[in-house]
Structures are given as C-alpha cells and as structure tokens.
Design a binder for this molecule. Sequence first.
Ligand code: HEM
Length: 399
Amino acid sequence: MVSHTFSTKSIGQFEQYMTSNLQKLVAQWDRISDTANSSGQRYADMDCLHWFNYLAFDIIGDLAFGTPFGMLSKGKDIAEVQKSPNGPVTYAPAVEVLNRRGEVSGTIGCLPSLKPFAKYLPDSFFRNGVRAVENLAGIAAARVNARLDAPDEVTSQRKDLLARLVEGRDENGEKLGRQELTAEALTQLIAGSDTTSNTSCALLYWCLKTKGVMNRLQRELDEAIPDEVDVPEYETVKDLPYLHDVISETLRIHSTSSLGLPRVVPPGPGVSILTHHFPAGTVLSVPAYTIHHLPSIWNPSNLPALHPDRFNPDRWRPEHLTEKQKAAFIPFSYGPRACVGRNVAEMELALIVATVNRRYAFELRERGELETREGFLRKPVRCRVGMRRRRRADGAETA
Ligand code: HEM
C-alpha cells in the first residue's frame, strides 16, 4: 500500500516541494550573508546543522503532511502539536523532540520490560523521552487532521506523499483510516527528516575539511547551472559525476544509519552465514559503519589515498570501483525492507548539495573531528561554519 507512494512518477512530482523550500533557505541565507557583510564581517557565523534540520523538516512536512512546518521562515525549531483531533494546539521543538525520541526509544528497545514504567521513572531522560514520543505523534496528528479537513479544492492541488497515501487501497479495496494515515506519515517524518539533514551536514563538513574537494565541486556546479538559476532542476544535476561521488563518499564515511536495524532469524532450522550458525529467534544486524570502513574492502592494496577513514570521492569513479565495494555499500540497507524513500533521498541530497555549494562559500569553524552522537542515527552534534554568498566573479574558491 505504501511503496506505490515512492514510484518514479510520484517522485517526479515531489521536486516542486523540495524546490520551494530550498528557495526559502536561499532567501534566509542571502539575508544572513548580507547582514554580516553590512556589519563588516566577511562570513556570517552559523551552525549549519540547524539550518539543514529546518530544511529537511520543512521538506518532509510539505511532502508527508501537506505543508512545511515553517521552520525555515522562522529560522527556528518549532512545530504545531495537537494530541487529539479537537484538542488544543501547542508548539514543540520537532528536531529536539525527534532526537529525544530516538535516544529513549533506542534504550527502551534494548530493555522493553521498562516500557510500561518509563514515564514514572525518576530519571528525566525517560520522562522527557516518553513525552517526546507523545509530542511527535501529536505533531503528526495535527498535520494529518488539518490536511484531511481541508476543502477539496486545496487537497486536489497537492501531489505529495500524503496524497499518494490517501489514494492507497488494501487487498480488500479499503482506504487507510485516519490513524493509519497518521502512523504512515509519522514514519515518513521520522525516516525522512534527520537522515537527510545529518547527511547534508556531514557532507559539508567533509567537503570543507578535505583539501581540493570544494573547489572541484563548485567548478562542476558552476559549469552546469546557469548564473540566473537559484535552485537547479534535478534533471540538470542528477548525472553530475563529482556531485554523485561526493554524496556516495559521504554516505560511506559518515554512515548516517550506522548500526544496521535488527532482523530476527525466522522459525525453522536457522541460518548459516560463512562459518557461523544462528538458530531461529537470533537477532542479527549488519552494521553499515563497520562495513563501510573495512580496509579489506575499501583499501585492499593499502594505499594511503584510499584509507577508509580518508574522504576521497575519487574512489567512486567507475574505473576504480570494485564489485565487492558496490556490494558492501549499504547506506540505505538491503533487501525488501531497505529504505523505501531512497529515490526521494537521492533527489533531495543532490538538490541541497548543488544549491548550497553553488551559491555560498564556506569556512569550516570546527576544530578537529566532527563530533557525533549515536541516537538511533549517527548524528553530528554541531557543525559551525562561516557562510557568505559567492560573487559571480569568485569562480571556484578554496575552502
Ligand atoms: C540520507 C537519507 C536516508 C538514509 C541514509 C536512509 C536510510 C534508511 C535505512 C538504512 C532504512 C532501513 C532500515 C532497515 O534496514 O530496516 C530506511 C528505511 C526507511 N526509510 Fe530511509 N533513509 C533516508 C531517507 C529517507 C527519506 C527521505 C524517506 C521518506 C521520504 C525515507 C523513508 C524510509 C521509510 C518509510 C523506511 C522504512 C521502510 C520499511 O520498513 O519498509 N528515508 N531508511
């Protein structure tokens, strides 16, 4: 019922929502850059993670719920919450709520017997976490209710994920109910927001950290995108080789979904993998981060330039890439329950990276490694950069 939502035809119609939110980001960053310039600063100081979060949440809000959360316009982490269809409307920081929820759900997932008591535990980690889970569901409920109660002339214009879900029918020809729609839209919000924003943040960090990468990327983007275009079309950027290689290398080195989600060996004789036997009921997972950093796969000849901890987009050139590497690259997982939103994610990442790096110059203000925290996803804690609008005459700039 859900996978048709992500068909190639549907995805083509999603681009307009990505573009309109990227235009809002560009308007805000132009303003921030101008304000810094007029007060004599060459670069505006910012934590780019915040802005990538506002962007990714507004895009998925637009796609899964019919309107953006308004974080880009407000420049703030804030979304409407409604815990029951006619209940009062309050506001919550959605990015913060999602982070809390990830951490507490990860913990309770390991100790499920805690679940019924979690909200009574004295440790505020659990109390706040359980409240966060409720708030997030409230955000989804508020949005789906608003959309379903909107007049037909409004809803018929929309060509988004929620429209596709509303059209879906089960094997008996039945539509999804309001609660099911809310649950699906919530899944898409959880799966499609900070996955993209954390990846975008890590990408900017690595492009600025690694000598020569930003220059090459900007040169390629400058050649492909006409000067007067603020947000390029996907058609213009989707086959740019260096852009592709930079995105793949980020998905490898950062591995946003790093742990590998669990799978249970089904009833029966169990499974044998290489020399190991796993009986029925064993919980297994394939940790993407580990596989993405194995020297035997990514640097079999032991060359310094190909060290797995080194960000090197050139390893993705078809003439260098081995069959083993192709098989070991699993940022979106593998098999029937792999990321159903992969094509949306690839389009979104290409549009974000092309728009932002063609238009702005950055200066990395993080010393040392990108600090990350494991909270279901591998999340950067922050990424401070200096940002300014590139002048047309700049050409490609050194990071
Ligand atoms: C860089 C961005 C993204 C990454 C790295 C990513 C990664 C993943 C991974 C690894 C899984 C599979 C989990 C498993 O093995 O069970 C997954 C599942 C999923 N993803 Fe993504 N994802 C991204 C973006 C998106 C976007 C933009 C959407 C929606 C618009 C999305 C929707 C989903 C959904 C609904 C599932 C659950 C699929 C199922 O259980 O059948 N993802 N994602």
